[in-house]
Design a binder for this molecule. Sequence first.
Ligand code: NPW
Ligand code: FMN
Ligand code: PLP
Ligand code: K
Length: 512
Amino acid sequence: MTFSFLLQSSPLPVSPKPLLSQNQYSLSSLLSLNTTQRFLGLRTLSTKSTPNMQDPTSVSYLSQREAAEIDETLMGPLGFSVDQLMELAGLSVATSVAEVYKPSEYGRVLTICGPGNNGGDGLVAARHLHHFGYKPSICYPKRTPKSLYTGLVTQLESLSVPFVSVDDLPEDLSKDFDVIIDAIFGFSFHGAPRPPFDDIIRRLLSLQTLQKRPAIVSVDIPSGWHVEEGDHEGGGIKPDMLVSLTAPKLCAKRFCGPHHFLGGRFVPPSVAEKYKLELPSYPGTSMCVRIGKPPKVDISAMRVNYVSPELLEDQVETDPILQFRKWFDEAVAAGLRETNAMALSTTNKDRKPSSRMVLLKGFDENGFVWFTNYESKKGSDLSENPFAALLFYWEDMNRQVRIEGPVEKISEEESENYYHSRPRGSQIGAIVSKQSSVVPGRHVLYDEYEELTKKYSDGSVIPKPKNWGGFRLRPNLFEFWQGQPSRLHDRLQYSLQDVNGNPAWIIRRLAP
Ligand SMILES: NC(=O)C1=CN([C@@H]2O[C@H](COP(=O)(O)OP(=O)(O)OC[C@H]3O[C@@H](n4cnc5c(N)ncnc54)[C@H](OP(=O)(O)O)[C@@H]3O)[C@@H](O)[C@H]2O)[C@@H](O)CC1
Ligand SMILES: Cc1cc2nc3c(=O)[nH]c(=O)nc-3n(C[C@H](O)[C@H](O)[C@H](O)COP(=O)(O)O)c2cc1C
Ligand SMILES: Cc1ncc(COP(=O)(O)O)c(C=O)c1O
Ligand SMILES: [K+]
């Protein structure tokens, strides 16, 4: 089964999801699942899970001369070719755009390309955006007859990306485009814009008075701005996004739009040292990094309109465990992070509820298993009221699964087996953590951790604490939720009922 999920979302940053192909859930295969999850955790922690926001005051800015010098150094002694740098610069622009403006909402992208390398970056960005699912158009009035540029044009033509002449550009650019990429002038701009770019920049300026207008993304320099002094007279374009390449130029200090990104992940340490460049580190494998504060958002206006395939009664499995397995498989195949993370809700004897995330470590017809400290808050709740609710939310698939039922401890043997399959550090962590109790400070945990690490450095077996082990929830209720437009979601509930003296799963559709 293939999926085409459309998220119509507000323009918030999204994270590229790493792919994995882990597909085992029996208790016997817990070790491999665990390893994959740890690997993912590490990878994604260093990529996008923690937004990499930079303090703009800690970033260095380049003068026009320095920018040109770095360019010459890269393409001279450092052995880069202009094609290479342009490819990486254009890719950075495309990935920055994709971080903020989703193709489902901002598909129609006009790239306006100037005569120099800034224009070349625009051509490359348009090609990548095409492959990312956008519908780019290009306006490239002063073509450079060099093979690098004619090659880029040929590549775009082979993708049927339309080229629009200045005369054919609508006077009002707001109707036909959702994003306009300003790749007109870069750091070699000087003086006042000459035709036809003066008129194009005027059209970009006239957009500013409109309420609904395309987002303007400037490559390296907002075109028309002085490379060092920026929009010092205040009459220039006000881009929504600036993608600085290599390092921000001095004019970027005057950029006050919501999205400032850095791209051009190719600066070698020698260049960074020579020009005393203080630059943010790129997260994970990303080609861009946000500089500056995240944009202010209106929380009340944050919403996603879900668009997904229908979930119909005659398509689902009659056994909810099989249906869960199907959705779990699909979530894993889609590369979702921590597919096995679930919210666990418990109540205490006073009927007060409490929720937290735990990791699912196995499921089958006997139930759903997770591991924890039996003396934790959740452990104490479950001893007072052995019923719980589990909740999975697979955001990228517009899916939610609710599972409810009675809970019991799993056997000591099962807990022992799982405990010893965990990384030794986590085994020691479980001994150190008197989970849910008050700790006077971090050092208390770390001191004991260090001590035990030394004690078990010979590789000997780390004994499982008596109070650590698994719980199993035996489901009597499932609900599979698939988000749909206008909040008319599909909800199929499975409840375990007695039918002629036999337990049977009854499927009912619930109102959204
Ligand atoms: N590591 C790096 O550094 C990397 C740099 N990269 C990219 O290169 C960009 C710099 O490129 P660049 O040097 O080709 O200059 P750029 O600004 O695109 O245009 C110059 C053209 O504009 C023209 N022009 C000038 N003023 C004008 C005016 N008033 N009105 C009209 N035209 C005017 C000028 O003509 P001229 O005045 O010389 O006759 C010339 O044709 C940089 O910003 C970044 O985007 C990345 O690709 C890779 C890594
Ligand atoms: C994604 C995620 C997975 C977690 N998995 C577990 C887990 O499997 N077992 C566990 O004891 N705590 C896990 N935790 C920590 C719990 O959420 C919680 O902080 C801890 O168990 C204490 O909860 P309690 O005081 O309500 O008992 C996880 C946290 C997150 C965010
Ligand atoms: C406190 C605690 N215990 C247990 C787990 C489950 O970890 P593992 O996959 O190593 O069993 C987690 C996971 O986040 C956790 O935070
Ligand atoms: K530009």
